[in-house]
Design a protein around this ligand. Structure first.
Ligand SMILES: Nc1ncnc2c1ncn2[C@@H]1O[C@H](COP(=O)(O)O)[C@@H](OP(=O)(O)O)[C@H]1O
Ligand SMILES: [Mg+2]
Ligand SMILES: [Mg+2]
Ligand SMILES: [Mg+2]
Length: 356
């Protein structure tokens, strides 16, 4: 049986390399945004990071498939944008040549880059080895100057085996508690940037994000909370992604008085997994929206390996084996194992009272 050590190693290095690129874009005023068909934004950072990571995976594990969020169609029609991304991608490498070589080195050409982006077109499913990739999660936060994450997970037969989150704007210090402002005006200056990883059955770790070989990891775990009244809750900044009103009602029901922490991206999963916060709620805002597997795969495993439980609002585990979306689930409830049931009951009570 595989211990997934080489998959974890490649995933950590690939995310670390992609963050070199996303940080350059984050710190530029013009981030090269275009709108997708669903009107959501995508930047040169999203495309560039997807190309770099898929190149690395296909080099190390040529037979594996990838479910990536982005596709290159728009770029093939917009040469100027494609050129701009290529200028960024072609110079991006890890400082340590042997680490960069493990990822297959640089992409060969602009066409090679577009092809890599399009290799994220797997349909997903519950057979074989499939990676789920969100090159920039929290693109709206990325544009606003908030939190964002580079997210990569390996699923085997529909089960998440390896998960990695690169969070350039979170503090390196695992124990720095979240407060109501943690999601605002984020920066990637000194003391910031964390790389979280997990393998099924082997726990979760964190280490500072670097630019070459991987730094030493420390084990992370969720904070033991005696009473949910003292919990710190995280939710999306975007009210269109998760209902702030329902979450406030649930918090009230549980006796929570602290204001919620609004934060973009899977930085929420990363934060609760390392004990900087406690509970992450994502409450459906529409009957039709299906959550995307790349928005949750890495975070789901990392929180569960850190001593948490992750389910949908009905208390069912997230099902990553049914395609590119979580069509069997609604919303997300992530909490320490011992408190998870109590949170789900409060969620059911509040959402149930609104069912028509
Ligand atoms: N109506 C909706 N409900 C829930 N999630 C949505 C949504 N519309 C978009 N999203 C997803 O929310 C993600 C951001 O999550 P959060 O709100 O926690 O920061 C987006 O990821 P991207 O930024 O990668 O596109 C996008 O996939
Ligand atoms: Mg997006
Ligand atoms: Mg996302
Ligand atoms: Mg994204």
């Amino acid at each position: 049986m595989s211990d997934y050590s080489s998959e974890l190693h490649i995933a950590l290095l690939a995310v670390q390399r992609a963050v070199i690129l996303t940080k350059r874009v984050f710190n530029e005023k013009a981030k090269g945004t275009v709108s997708k068909d669903d009107k959501s934004p995508v930047t040169i950072g999203d495309f560039g990071a997807q190309a770099l990571i898929i190149k690395a995976i296909k080099h190390a594990f040529p037979k594996d498939e990838v479910v990536g969020e982005e596709e290159a169609n728009t770029l093939r029609e917009n040469k100027a944008l494609s050129n701009q991304i290529w200028e960024l991608v072609k110079g991006t490498k890890l400082d340590e040549p042997s680490s960069d070589a493990a990822l297959g080195g640089e992409l060969e050409s602009e066409e090679d880059m577009l092809k890599a982006i399009d290799q994220g077109n797997s349909k997903g499913g519950n057979k074989g080895r499939i990676w789920a990739l969100d090159p920039i999660d929290g693109t709206k936060g990325f544009l606003r100057g908030g939190q964002y994450a580079v997210c990569l997970a390996l699923m085997v037969d529909g089960q998440v085996k390896v998960g990695v989150l690169g969070c350039p704007n979170l503090p390196v210090d695992d124990k720095e508690p979240l407060d109501a402002k943690s999601g605002e005006d984020a920066s990637d200056g000194p003391g910031r940037g964390v790389l979280i990883g997990a393998v099924e059955g082997q726990g979760a770790t964190s280490r500072p994000l670097g630019t070459g070989t991987l730094q030493n990891p420390s084990a992370i775990s969720m904070r033991p909370i005696q009473d949910l009244k003292d919990a710190t809750f995280c939710e999306s900044v975007e009210a269109g992604h998760s209902s702030h009103d329902d979450q406030a009602e649930i918090a009230k029901k549980l006796g929570i008085t602290k204001p919620s922490v609004r934060m973009d991206s899977q930085a929420k999963y990363a934060s609760i997994a390392r004990g900087a916060g406690d509970v992450y709620l994502r409450l459906p805002t529409s009957k039709t929206y299906e959550e995307k597997i790349w928005d949750h795969a890495a975070g789901d495993l990392i929180v569960r390996e850190a001593g948490g439980e992750v389910t949908d609002v009905h208390g069912n585990r997230l099902d990553f084996g049914v395609g590119r979306t979580l069509k069997n689930n609604k919303g997300v409830v992530a909490a320490p194992k011992a408190s998870h049931n109590e949170v789900v009951e409060a969620v059911k009570a509040v959402l149930g009272s609104k069912a028509s």
